[in-house]
Design a binder for this molecule. Structure first.
Ligand code: HEC
Length: 124
């Protein structure tokens, strides 16, 4: 019995830090201009790989609409892409431009439920 209690205590001690208030703190999105971000998303060509609605495509680039990346993570991907994406230096996309694109992508509406569109409604 005592040993079981000890195991439970150890388990709680291990798990607690992960669920404590310090975890999951959101870094606030930078101030940015979504309208300008929309223009930049098209004019700098992000849409060519990520889709006009930021929906992404398997062969070209992941979904960006409503990105859950922090702004730091977003900017880091632009400056030092993880893999195949071309890098965007500050001379091409400034930090301010990146913030505008980020804000534009974050405020995008969620896609509609396919069942609310008659043509796509599941028949079963
Ligand atoms: C030539 C195709 C291409 C273009 C153009 C492009 N990307 Fe990407 N992007 C990718 C690919 C492929 C990835 C997957 C990671 C990698 O290859 O670096 C990616 C990943 C990302 C990610 C990380 C997404 C995640 O959730 O991990 C962000 C953010 C991003 N791109 C933003 C942009 C922005 C903003 C632009 C325009 C300034 C842009 N990309 C232009 C192909 C592209």
């Amino acid at each position: 019995m005592k040993q079981v209690n000890l195991r439970v205590a150890v388990l709680i001690a291990v798990l607690l830090p992960a669920v404590g208030p310090a975890g999951g703190q959101q870094i606030p999105a930078p101030a940015g201009n979504a309208d300008n971000g929309k223009t930049l998303f098209r004019e700098t060509g992000c849409y060519q790989c990520h889709g006009l609605a930021g929906q992404g495509a398997v062969m070209t680039g992941p979904q960006l609409s409503r990105t859950e990346l922090s702004f730091d993570g977003f900017l880091n991907q632009l400056r030092h892409p993880a893999n195949q994406m071309p890098p965007y230096e500050a001379a091409i996309v400034s930090d301010k431009d990146a913030a505008d694109i980020y804000v534009y992508l974050r405020q995008m509406a969620a896609p509609r439920d396919p069942n609310s569109i008659p043509l796509l409604k599941a028949t079963r």
